[in-house]
Design a protein around this ligand. Structure first.
Ligand SMILES: [Zn+2]
Length: 478
């Protein structure tokens, strides 16, 4: 009995130590071979298949991988066991039924592009940077996940969205949870459209100083503001939308891999996934670079079609090109590995990306504005509107419910914001197609606007405050 206890104690200590220092993973075979030559003690190559290797490696080898190759994400994919690593080598993703993707929602997209707010993106990046570190083992990493859940819940409540829920997704290979916001589809709730980014951060100079502003607070801010903008225009999706902030991306795509694996195992019908990881560093001639490795070429083309359709010129112009990333470069790979269509629009050509990532210098000041991330937010909103489809509930009163008033009387629109608790700076008038047909600065809290040039029909008056908050109401002109 005593011998058994000693044996069990030894075994337990040994396996905990292994969990902390050595783990299974898959990586590109070239990288595995190079590490084996450089630091043979730190890595065992268990098996290879094509250009992929299953390895048993130390955290030292993981750091070395960062140093020796041009890498954004971890450059490897964590596997919880040897069996999992071996399975990943031989198992090809399931071929799934694909939904046709179309571009039809011009009116709704026109509305959403007007309400995306760059200041909100900046504020959110700074908020996440302020944790100091969001490394997956730190208390602030877990705190950031809990706080994001609260923030998303408050956002849904602000816009009276009873179709929205937010949950923490707990993982087996990290203590940090992922955060998932679900907007339930009104007609096709079993079909899912997903956008995501990773909430954790890392630093090669000690994980207590890992602000991760671009990598990847920018992506979390991007998907959050795109969703807020959808709420602001009253967009109700027909398909279910999920917005995901993944845990522990930086240590082998741990969070997204567990989620994608569960969705695959439980046959969740995921129509399309787009990853936003690093959106705010404007390093190249074009705005957006679509990563072409470990992504779906059909979905990549579709996203480019969206930009051609909605962002070819004018105030919302966005230019694009393509680039390669790397093995295990971000969470899109987790979805690709499970056979789901995934894309990854990136901030620059891969070689010209933000050079401060994974250091204490990855701060907002490197970019200085959130203009670049705003372009990704527009693409994110366009992607969600067109793939989830849906309707805009015109005339929805978002906030400040009973405190603003507007009516069209003949050729005069009369408004009154004197009972409002916030300061409204302007009124925008939209027609039923979502086209803005008038805008008027509010100098006095009560006033009139000449609307003689508007034809008879239904319109929406949208009161806009300095902070971007709005209150909208339906009007009709006889
Ligand atoms: Zn990243």
């Amino acid at each position: 009995m005593r011998i058994l206890l000693i044996f069990l104690t030894f075994f337990t200590i040994n396996s905990v130590a292994q969990q902390q220092d050595r783990f299974y993973a898959t990586m590109n075979i070239v990288d595995a071979n190079a590490l084996k030559i450089d630091i043979p003690e730190e890595i065992d190559i268990i098996s290879t298949q094509g250009n992929e290797a299953a390895v048993y490696m130390s955290t030292e080898a993981a750091h070395k991988l960062h140093d020796r190759i041009l890498v954004h994400g971890p450059g490897y994919i964590f596997k919880a066991s040897e069996a999992e690593a071996m399975k990943a080598l031989v198992e090809k993703p399931t071929v799934r039924t694909r939904m046709p993707l179309t571009i039809t929602e011009d009116a709704t997209v026109a509305q959403v592009l007007e309400v995306i707010n760059t200041q909100n993106i900046e504020d959110h990046i700074l908020e996440l940077e302020d944790y100091g570190t969001r490394f997956h083992t730190t208390a602030t990493g877990t705190q950031a996940a809990e706080d994001l859940k609260t923030k998303w819940e408050a956002m849904a409540a602000l816009y009276n969205r009873s179709d929205v829920s937010v949950r923490l997704f707990n993982h087996s290979s990290t203590n940090m949870p992922s955060v998932i916001m679900t907007i339930e589809g009104s007609e096709l709730p079993d079909e899912y459209v997903i956008v995501g980014g990773h909430l954790d951060s890392t630093s090669s100079q000690g994980n207590n100083d890992a602000p991760g502003a671009d990598d990847d607070a920018s992506g979390i801010a991007t998907i959050t503001e795109a969703t807020r903008a959808l709420f602001e225009i009253g967009f109700v999706p027909k398909r279910t939308i999920e917005v995901m902030a993944y845990a522990a991306e930086e240590v082998g795509l741990v969070g997204s891999a567990e989620i994608a694996d569960e969705y695959s195992d439980t046959n969740v019908n995921v129509v399309a996934v787009t990853q936003f990881d690093m959106t705010n560093f404007n390093g190249s001639a074009n705005d957006i670079y679509f990563i072409t490795d470990f992504t779906d070429s059909t979905l990549n083309s579709y996203l480019m079609d969206l930009l051609d359709h909605y962002n070819a010129s004018g105030d919302h112009a966005i230019t694009y090109s393509t680039s390669l990333c790397n093995y295990g470069c971000s969470d899109h790979a987790s979805w690709t590995n499970e056979g789901f269509m995934a894309s990854f629009p990136f901030e620059a050509s891969f070689a010209q990306r933000n050079g401060n990532i994974h250091t204490p210098n990855d701060t907002y000041t490197v970019s200085g504005t959130a203009d670049h991330a705003t372009k990704f937010t527009k693409l994110c909103a366009e992607f969600l509107i067109e793939t989830a489809k849906g309707e805009t509930v015109l005339g929805i009163t978002t906030i400040d419910e009973n405190s603003v008033f507007a009516v069209i009387d003949g050729n005069i629109l009369r408004y009154d914001a004197s009972a409002a608790s916030v300061y409204y700076k302007s009124i925008q008038v939209y027609d039923v197609t979502g086209k803005k047909v008038a805008e008027h600065a509010i100098n006095e809290k009560q006033g009139t606007i000449d609307v003689s040039r508007l034809s008879s029909g239904v319109y929406v008056a949208n009161f806009v405050s300095n902070s971007g908050a709005t209150a909208a109401m339906k009007l009709s002109k006889k």
